[in-house]
Design a protein around this ligand. Structure first.
Ligand code: NAP
Length: 278
C-alpha cells in the first residue's frame, strides 16, 4: 500500500514559515486577485487563495469584473496594479471568458509581480534554472518530493500533460534535479508504454481515471496534479487512486495533495515579491 503524500499538512508548514517571514516585514505584502465572470470553479479557487492570504498575514485585494468586461478595461486595471506600491503580487484567475486574450493579459503583468510565474520572462528563467518566481504547481511537487526524501536524481520521471503552466515547467524542473524526463501529451502513441517506465509519474491532464494501475510500475512515485469535478460536487484527480495505491510506493491524493501545495507556494512567492519590491 502506497504512502500518502500529504500536501495539506505540508502546505500548513509552509504557510507557518511564510507567516513568520511576513510578520517581520514593515508592512504586509499585498496580493491582487483578479477574477472575471462568475465561473463557480474560479470563484472556489479565488476564495481559497484569499483564505490562505489571511492565514499568512498577506492582504488580498479582490478585483471582480463582469463576464463581458472589455479587454482595454482589464488591461488598464493590470497597469494600475503594476504601479501600486501596496500590491506586490498580481494574479489573474484563469480560464478567462471567451473574447479575452489570456496571453496578452498575463504578459501585461509586471514580471516582478508575477507570483504565478506565468509571464514569459519568468517561464524563460525556469528554462535556465534561474528562478525569479517559481511556477507554483511544479514547485509544489518538487517541495513535496523533497520533504518525503524522494530522490529525483537519476530517476526516470514521466510527465503526462504538456501545458505551459504545469507540464512543461514541471518537466524542466525535474530535469534540473537531474531526472531523465519524458513528456507525454495528447498525441503520445501508447501512453501506457511510457508511464510504465516511470520511477516518478506526474499526471497533469484533467481526465478522470487516465492513469490506471496497469499503467504504473510497481514501486513508482505517483503525483496526481489533475482536478476534475465530479457529479456529487466533489473533485478527483487523473489517477485511479484506490487501484494505483496498491501498486505505487508513494501517491498524492486529490483533494489534499498538489492543490494545497500550489497555493502555499503562491503565498511564498507573494512574500518573496514583497521582499524584493520593498
Ligand atoms: P491544460 O492546459 O488543459 O493541459 C493539459 C495537458 O494534457 C495538455 O498538454 C494536453 O495535450 C494533455 N492531454 C490532454 N489529454 C491527454 C491525454 N489523453 N493523454 C495525454 N495527455 C493529454 O491543463 P493544465 O492547466 O496543465 O492542468 C492540467 C490539470 O491539472 C487540470 O485538471 C487542472 O485543473 C489541474 N491543475 C491542478 C493544479 C493544482 O494545484 N492541483 C494546478 C493547475 C492545474 P494538448 O495540449 O496537446 O491537448
Amino acid at each position: 500500500m502506497a504512502i500518502l503524500l500529504d500536501g495539506k499538512a505540508l502546505a500548513k508548514k509552509i504557510r507557518i514559515k511564510v507567516k513568520s517571514k511576513v510578520s517581520k516585514m514593515p508592512s504586509p505584502p499585498g496580493l491582487a486577485v483578479v477574477i472575471v465572470g462568475d465561473d463557480p470553479a474560479s470563484r472556489f479557487y479565488v476564495d481559497n487563495k484569499k483564505k490562505d492570504c489571511v492565514k499568512c498575514g498577506i492582504v488580498s485585494h479582490e478585483f471582480a469584473l463582469p463576464e463581458n468586461v472589455c479587454e482595454d478595461k482589464l488591461m488598464t486595471l493590470i497597469h494600475e496594479l503594476n504601479h501600486r506600491h501596496d500590491i506586490h503580487g498580481i494574479l489573474v484567475q484563469t480560464p478567462l471568458p471567451h473574447g479575452l486574450n489570456t496571453q496578452k493579459i498575463i504578459q501585461a503583468i509586471s514580471s516582478n509581480k508575477d507570483v504565478d510565474a506565468f509571464h514569459m520572462l519568468n517561464a524563460g528563467r525556469v528554462l535556465y534554472g534561474e528562478y525569479g518566481f517559481v511556477p507554483c504547481t511544479p514547485e509544489g511537487v518538487i517541495t513535496m518530493l523533497d520533504h518525503y526524501n524522494i530522490d529525483i536524481k537519476g530517476k526516470h520521471a514521466v510527465v503526462v500533460g504538456a501545458s505551459n503552466i504545469v507540464g512543461k515547467p514541471m518537466a524542466m524542473m525535474l530535469l534540473h534535479h537531474h531526472a531523465t524526463v519524458t513528456v507525454c501529451h495528447i498525441h503520445t502513441v501508447d501512453l501506457a508504454s511510457f508511464t510504465r517506465m516511470a520511477d516518478i509519474l506526474v499526471c497533469a491532464v484533467g481526465k478522470i481515471n487516465l492513469i490506471t494501475a496497469d499503467m504504473v510500475k510497481p514501486g513508482a512515485v505517483v503525483i496526481d496534479v489533475g482536478i476534475n469535478p465530479k457529479s456529487d460536487g466533489t473533485i478527483c484527480g487523473d489517477v485511479d487512486f484506490e487501484a494505483v495505491s496498491q501498486v505505487a510506493s508513494y501517491i498524492s491524493p486529490v483533494p489534499g495533495g498538489v492543490g494545497p501545495m500550489t497555493r502555499a507556494i503562491l503565498m511564498q512567492n507573494t512574500a518573496n515579491a514583497a521582499d524584493m519590491l520593498n
